[in-house]
Design a protein around this ligand. Structure first.
Ligand code: ADP
Length: 247
């Protein structure tokens, strides 16, 4: 236990450090993309315009990464709102389809009438986006990605599953996948922050996240989020052990 505590303290300070750096870098990147945008507008048909646009794109990628770090380090404030998971998934469908490209077939299976959840919408979107980017990386020569929603029987949790038909994960990768900075993608390609961030976001919201994977068959990411029953006048559900919310 002591070792786990020490590890979690170390991760906390690592996260704070990363978040502090990310915050400063974000400001620097904003200056770079601001000027690159101005330049690119001024250059019109000049032959070096593509170079400036490459700077813009690199700065945009950099901001994406720093945003990830900010969320991971929990320095990004949460703005919880009441959400319908189906609406969030449906609204992201086009963006996700474009991200996946033509070789990956996207199907979305939404179970109607889900109970609402309460969480920060952009963080939930980040969780979904991270899972989809991982799925894409796992299917370099195409495949199928299924995004599904459901509620558990007692309707106290809603489920979001992201299933791919990709390379799958060996047990030793599954074991470490949620560790911050753990990546198999090689330097400069993966940050190792996708699943660690998702873990933080989901557990902060009182939910759980798990992986199921078969080597060579594919992977499912299962996210369970607590339903918020504020709006309902139904009698309170039977008392459950605190561990039901997952830790
Ligand atoms: P990153 O994507 O930057 O490597 P993540 O935390 O998102 O960081 O993922 C950690 C590792 O877990 C990945 O490097 C990859 O090996 C593995 N992984 C995650 N999602 C999948 C998936 N859908 N299929 C196969 N492997 C996966």
């Amino acid at each position: 236990l002591e070792q786990r505590l020490r590890q979690s303290e170390r991760l906390d300070s690592l996260g704070q450090l990363a978040g502090g750096i990310a915050h400063d870098f974000n400001n620097i990147l904003a200056v770079i993309s601001g000027y690159a945008e101005l330049l690119s507008a001024e250059l019109e048909d000049h032959s070096c315009r593509p170079d400036v646009q490459a700077i813009e794109q690199a700065a945009a990628r950099g901001s994406g990464l720093t945003r990830q770090l900010l969320i991971f380090s929990r320095l990004e404030p949460s703005r919880p709102e009441t959400l319908d998971l189906n609406v969030v998934a449906a609204d992201m469908q086009r963006l996700l389809g474009r991200t996946l490209g033509e070789d990956i077939e996207l199907s979305t299976v939404l179970t109607p009438h889900l109970p609402p959840i309460t969480m920060d919408r952009s963080k939930l979107e980040q969780v979904l986006m991270n899972a989809v980017m991982n799925a894409r990386a796992a299917m370099p020569s195409g495949g199928r990605l299924t995004i599904a929603t459901a509620a558990d029987l007692a309707a106290d949790f809603v489920h979001l599953t992201i299933t791919d038909t990709g390379c799958g994960m060996p047990p030793e990768v599954i074991k470490r996948a949620f560790e911050p900075f753990f990546t198999t993608k090689g330097r400069g390609k993966g940050t190792g922050l996708g699943l660690a961030t998702a873990y933080g976001v989901v557990t902060d919201a009182g939910g759980t996240i798990a992986l199921e994977s078969q080597l060579g068959q594919g992977t499912t990411v299962l996210v369970r989020l607590p339903a918020s029953h504020e709006a309902s006048s139904a009698p309170a559900p039977a008392v459950r052990p605190a561990s039901a919310a997952g830790t």
